[in-house]
Every structure is written in C-alpha cells, then in structure tokens.
Design a binder for this molecule. Structure first.
Ligand code: AMP
Length: 504
C-alpha cells in the first residue's frame, strides 16, 4: 500500500511516501533525482515529456518548453495546441506532471497508487485548488486532501520534534511565498494564521538578476536582446542566472558569460549586488511575516522557533533578515526542500487512519503518525453589499483565519422595499473595494420575492467551507421561503454549477 504526498512546486515537484519505519521519505524519480523540474516539452509536437529532459530539449527549442504553469493554474487559457489540434491548459499540464510522478512512484514500488495528498500555497484561490483536484483526477489519483504548503511543513516539524511550541513557518519556494503561524500542543497542531504572496518566489529573484544582465549586455554590445527575436538567449540566460543565484548562496561572487548574435558579455556579480537587486522582494516577505504574527494575535516574544522551508531560503540574506526582524535565529532542522513533501505524506497516512484503514508494507502494519490538524482560511469570504449612496463593499461573513471546516450565516436587508429579486455576489477577499481587492466567485439569484413594506433582514446567506477550504453557498428569503444553493464551478472562473431552488 502506498501513501503518497505530492509537493507540486512552481519550479520543482517532489513525491514522498511513508516507509516501513513509519517515516516519510522522498521518492526518487526514474532518473534517480529527488525532484522533477516542473517543465513540459512536446516531442514531435505531440508526445509530452517532463522534467530534466523537457528542459534539455528546451535549450534548443525554447518556444516549445513550458514552465511556471502553476502560476496560471485554473485559467481556461490554452497554453499549447499540439500537431493534432489537441489544446492544453495549465490544468492539463499539471495533470501531465502528476501522472509522470505517479508512474515513477509506481515503477519504483511496483505497485499502483490511487490516493494522494497534494500541497498548495496557503493563499491559493479556490479555482486553483479545484484545478489541482481536477488535474490529479485526470492523472488517475483521488485527492484525499489539499494541504497548505506551510501547514505541511509545520506538520513535518511537529511530528519530528514532538514538543509543545509556537512557531512560524517561512516558506519561500520557486513561485510562491507563504507564511504560517502555528502552535502544537500534545497531538494537536493548530494553524493560527496563514498568509502569503501568490507570485513571489525564487523565480522572481532570478528575474531581477536576468534584467540586470540584459542591461549590462546592452551596455557592452549596443544591442538589447528581446524575447521575440532571441528566445535562445533568454533560455540560456535563465539557466545561467539560476546557477549564478545558487552559487551566490555559498560564494561572495560569481560571473555570468552570455552571448547573443556573435557578441558576448562577461557580467561579474557579487552577493551584495544580488541582494541589493532583490531587496524589495525580500522586504515584501518580511512585511508579510510580521503581519502574519500580528494577525495571529502574537508578538515575536511568543514565538519559539522559525522554520525555514522552500529552496529559496538557502539565500543567506533570508536567514539574516529573519533574525533581524524577530530576534530569533531561524533554522532548517527539517530539510527546507523536503519538509512540505514529508508533511503531505504524513497527512496522507493520517487520512488513511481516519478512514479506518491500516497502512501495510511488506505484510506488516506500519504505525501511522498521530496528530489532529486544525487549519484556517487564508481568505475572507463575503458578499457584495451596496450602501444607500450606491457605494459597494464586501460584507465579510467568513473572516480570514476562520478554523476549517466551518459554516457561517448572516442576514441582510434588500436595498429597496419594492425589490422582487436579489442578486448576491459571492466575494473572496477582505473587507474593502469588491472590484479591486476581491475575487467574484459566484452569484446566487433569489427571484419572485414578495414585496414587504418593512425593511427587515430577510435575506439569509450561508457559506460552508470544507476541509480543503472550498465553498458551498446558499441564500434564503425568510419572507417568501425562496431558497437557492450553489456549488461553485471554477472551471470558467465564476460559473454556477448546481442550483437547487425551492420555496420552503
Ligand atoms: P522549491 O519550490 O522549494 O523546490 O524551491 C525552488 C526554488 O528554490 C527555486 O527558485 C530555486 O532557484 C531555489 N533554490 C534552490 N536551491 C537554492 C540555493 N542554494 N540558493 C538559492 N536559491 C535556491
């Protein structure tokens, strides 16, 4: 029996299973590597190949290699059409990656896998979560749970240390930044707060360096390469910049040698220069971290430890800056590259135990990790309401940081007494301007409302969030009894999927 945890990163994917001693281990892919780059290339314009091989092909045909598609997961945009006219979205790409990793695991253990826990960024919007579930399903896997990445790392840490602690998980991966404040007490692991940036990761640090190298190249050679005209230059540059960034984590200087159209530049770069180019990004993560601690109702003096996870925390500036803001020396007690994936496998084992099954390996029952994990929402959920002056706002029904699963209800008045229809727009986000700061994720329409000449809070809205943070919503007119319930279909952005409508 295989208990599988997947960390589907923006730049690298990892798989982990529980071994015969009950501990999570990373499962090497068919090449023997501990991770698979999140990259896809279509051989002969048709057959997808993934990982290192895809990146290698991309060096010659950069326009045909696809990377960083996790950033647009959930969008219906077609990213590639193959020679047979088959269209691929980011969800299809993610599914190809998941299938490849599943097959590698199956090949290694000579056994089929059908259930999985997949980690996602803490602030992943619901349509992206749904796309992750769909991608796994299309790859032949049932998702037992989507686990927030920093929570997964926190679980791995808590199960490893078995001490009562209040700690911060600072997770800087390839494409996203997440931070969680967590507390452990006995077998219970509670997430007090989670926040992050959906588009801030090691890739963005690379982009700052890439830009500086392009500027230097232009200065040296009087020609500015562009993505349209010089795709090979940019493909080579991205590989060299990645290597230079990693070198600067252990060396104080390095250089990038790059050529284009018969011209060449040798660009020396010091760690100080790199840190100065990227200081805005780092500051953003620190602001987020301070905010997470504050929103958890804690101050730094309440925090025992900072756990650093994600490959990009290997940049020395991260550790120094975290120590500066917190007065705590952060540590990587648990391998930063592996913690999230370890947590996913442990959670999968816990899901198995919850369903009353015993993990068997080689005919032996394996002890499963024991913990009760309490998650919170990383977003508020509310509905769009209008004031008398016509200004709109998000009336938050489920505030950010609400423990999952949960159900909350609130009641509202109609705007005009003569109104016979109410359109309730469901918003994901915090209080504030619904148009700029919130995502509209669905609409409930209550029709045929009897006119009532008194202004009462007659419209009842209920939101239900499941363990994965996915929403179900309903609206009821307490006067006429009209009732509408919707499950949200994220495939097309914000479409209603099922509407059951009846008068009570
Ligand atoms: P993850 O999603 O956790 O696998 O992290 C991937 C990110 O970590 C990529 O942006 C890598 O460039 C970055 N990374 C990995 N190792 C290092 C290192 N030694 N120094 C700086 N960044 C690194």
């Amino acid at each position: 029996m295989i208990v599988l945890g997947l960390d589907m990163g923006t730049t690298r994917c990892k798989a982990s299973c529980i071994d015969a001693t009950g501990q999570p281990q990373i499962v090497a892919n068919r090449r023997g590597d501990l991770y698979t780059p999140s990259a896809i290339f279509f051989e002969d314009g048709r057959k997808p190949i993934v990982g290192v091989e895809a990146l290698a092909e991309g060096l010659l045909q950069p326009e045909h290699v696809h990377t960083c598609f996790k950033r647009v997961l959930g969008s219906s945009d077609v990213l590639y059409t193959d020679v047979d006219g088959k269209a691929y979205t980011a969800t299809d790409f993610q599914s190809i990656m998941i299938r490849a990793i599943k097959e590698d695991v199956e090949q290694r253990f000579n056994e089929e896998v059908d259930e999985v826990v997949i980690t996602v960024p803490a602030n992943f919007q619901d349509h992206k979560k749904q796309a992750t579930i769909d991608a796994a399903q299309a790859a032949g896997l049932t998702v037992k749970k989507l686990l927030h990445e920093p929570t997964a790392a926190g679980i791995a840490y808590a199960l490893d240390k078995k001490q009562d602690r209040c700690f911060v998980v600072y997770d800087l991966g390839g494409g996203t930044f997440d931070v969680s404040v967590m507390q452990t007490q006995g077998d219970s692991i509670t997430v007090l707060n989670s926040t992050g940036r959906e588009r801030l990761g090691g890739e963005d640090f690379n982009l700052c360096l890439e830009q500086a190298v392009v500027e230097q190249f232009a200065k040296d050679n009087g020609y500015t390469p562009t993505m349209d005209k010089d795709p090979l230059f940019f493909q080579e540059l991205s590989e060299k910049v990645e290597n230079a960034k990693i070198a600067l984590s252990t060396k104080s200087q390095t250089r990038i040698v790059i050529g284009c159209r018969g011209q060449q530049s040798i660009v020396p770069i010091t760690r100080d220069q790199f840190e100065s180019l990227t200081k805005v990004l780092l500051k953003d993560t620190l602001d987020c971290t301070n905010q997470a601690v504050k929103e958890a109702g804690k101050s730094w003096s309440d925090i025992d430890t900072i756990i650093m996870v994600g490959g990009a925390v290997r940049m020395p500036a991260v550790q120094t800056a975290l120590a500066d803001i917190s007065g705590i020396v952060p540590h990587c007690d648990i391998e930063p590259d592996r913690a999230v994936c370890y947590g996913a496998a442990s959670q999968c084992a816990m899901e198995l135990a919850k369903s009353g099954k015993t993990l068997m390996i080689g005919g032996r029952a394996i002890p499963t990790p024991k913990a009760f994990v309490q998650e919170v929402t990383a977003y508020g959920v509310g509905c769009c309401v209008a004031a008398k002056d016509g200004s709109l706002s998000n009336a938050v029904i489920l505030p950010k940081g609400t423990a999952l699963p949960t159900t909350r209800t609130d009641r509202f008045c109609l705007l005009h007494e003569s109104q016979t229809e109410a359109r309730i727009e469901i918003l994901q986000g915090q209080e504030g301007n619904p148009r700029d700061e919130c995502l509209s994720i669905g609409e409930i329409v209550l029709a045929n409302l009897p006119v009532e000449h008194q202004k009462t809070k007659r419209i009842e809205i209920q939101y239900e969030l499941d363990n994965n943070g996915m929403i179900r919503a309903s609206g009821r007119d307490l006067v006429g009894g009209e009732y509408v319930e919707i499950a949200i279909d994220y495939c097309q952005g914000t479409k209603q999927q099922s509407t059951s409508q009846h008068a009570a």
